[in-house]
Design a protein around this ligand. Structure first.
Ligand code: GDP
Length: 416
């Protein structure tokens, strides 16, 4: 006997939408077919749930539907689907953000038939599944929540608003149209199709391929901005690398000592550099010899320097210019050269090391640090600048686009 499968309606889910811990206000969100019932239940028997108008805040006492205990006075907002974040019926409770209030409301909701606690990301997942946002927008939302600097926020917001998704959607539509024209030419080869149809499709594919290649050749600016970029502080022992890092971080993050070779590992601090997220890594002094631990530290320092987006090469203003050749070898166009200890020895212009202009600073007095920060922010900003067209921000985007580019190249290469 064949049983007709009953259409399963999605579970109604709820969760604390605001952060944990005590706060003035906490927001608890409910989404699903029973959201309206949950709202009415919490507003109490004979309560004013009839007062709730769509998308209007109502100030109301809230009760435990079981037993009728008062839980809090708060605001409720009713978002009937599909005009809601998830596309389903949604109710929001804005309650006082104390642990007992939050626990009381969550508990009362969990006791209601058909309601369960949401899994992480489940509200956004429903929004995605109900066509409220595409995947790039959902990723933009996640990035916006994670954003720590102004430039990251800007990029995430643009992605959430669909900028990147629109670029990809337009490409998809052009691809589909080129595909249907090619298929028409194959399926109806005997019929009266204009012979230009295949050539036109090929021209469209060629221009699409070029646009995708240009989009991919972006020096990873979107990904760099999302993940933050890495600045490595390199230089000979005792040049003042740790002191400079502390000075930049304005806190004691690295060990400063007068014994050469004490920074044996890589120490990192995260900074907001003029709105751009950077990690600054202090590395072991690059010099030959030393004990096994120091040698390992130097190996890591070199690796970090190679992985970094920008290097700050620090030289001791007293010892300079007989600077260590092993450090000089690392000075290139992606290096900001810093001559430290200018409180002890004021270097005479022109300041130049290995062909690169240098900045004089004192990590001790803070002299020249603002200029250095501004110069670093400018370099980093240029690397991450997302002013113009929307940039891809994740490896997922890059891999999908590379696959697409390769497929288009195969098509353009003809059968073979
Ligand atoms: P690192 O080995 O390159 O990390 O160097 P440190 O940061 O440990 O500094 C080595 C020594 O130089 C320490 O005694 C610091 O106090 C001193 N030092 C660092 N920066 C300055 C500076 O700008 N001026 C002066 N006078 N001393 C400094």
């Amino acid at each position: 006997k064949i049983m007709a499968k009953a259409p399963t309606s999605p579970a109604t889910i709820f969760a604390l939408a605001s952060g944990g811990g005590r706060a003035g206000v906490a927001v608890i969100r409910v989404s699903g077919p029973l959201a309206g019932a949950a709202l009415a239940g919490m507003m109490g028997k004979g309560g004013k749930s009839s007062d709730t108008l769509p998308r209007r805040a109502v100030y109301t006492p809230l009760y435990d539907p079981e037993g009728g205990d008062g839980l809090d006075d708060g605001l409720v907002i009713w978002f009937p689907g599909p005009a809601s974040f998830t596309g389903e019926d949604v109710a929001e409770f804005h309650v006082h953000g104390g642990p007992a209030v939050i626990a009381g409301v969550l508990e009362a909701l969990s006791r209601m038939e058909g309601l369960r606690l949401a899994e992480p990301g489940e509200f956004t997942r429903r929004a995605f599944e109900n066509g409220k946002m595409d995947l790039t927008a959902a990723e933009g939302l996640a990035d916006l929540i994670e954003a720590e600097t102004a430039a990251q926020r800007k990029q995430a917001l643009r992605q959430l608003e669909g900028e990147l998704g629109r670029v990809y959607e337009a490409w998809r539509e052009r691809l589909l149209s080129a595909l249907s024209h090619s298929e028409a030419a194959i399926d109806f080869s005997d019929e009266d199709l204009p012979d230009t149809i295949v050539a036109a499709a090929a021209a469209e594919i060629a221009s699409l391929e070029q646009e995708i290649v240009a989009h991919l050749t972006d020096k990873r600016r979107g990904e760099r901005l999302r993940d933050g970029c890495l600045i490595a502080i390199i230089g000979p022992p005792n040049a003042g690398k740790s002191s400079l890092l502390n000075c930049l971080a304005r806190r004691d993050a690295a060990i400063v000592s007068e014994v050469a070779g004490t920074t044996r590992d890589v120490i990192e601090v995260h900074l907001d550099l003029g709105g751009y997220p950077v990690t600054v890594a202090d590395t072991a002094g690059l010099r030959d010899g030393g004990d096994a631990i120091e040698v390992e530290g130097i190996r890591r320092a070199r690796r970090k320097a190679e992985d970094s987006d920008l290097r700050l090469a620090v030289f001791d203003g007293v010892a300079w210019p007989d600077a260590d050749p092993s450090t000089l070898g690392l000075v290139d166009v992606d290096t900001l050269v810093v001559i430290n200890k200018c409180d002890l020895a004021k270097p005479t212009p022109p300041l130049e090391v290995a062909g690169q202009p240098a900045l004089a600073v004192s990590a001790l007095t803070g002299d020249g640090i603002d200029t250095l920060l501004a110069a670093a922010a400018e370099r980093v900003g240029a690397m991450m600048d997302v002013g113009g067209s929307p940039a891809l921000t994740r490896t997922r985007h890059r891999e999908a686009l590379e696959e697409c580019r390769d497929a288009l190249a195969r098509y353009l290469g003809g059968p073979g």
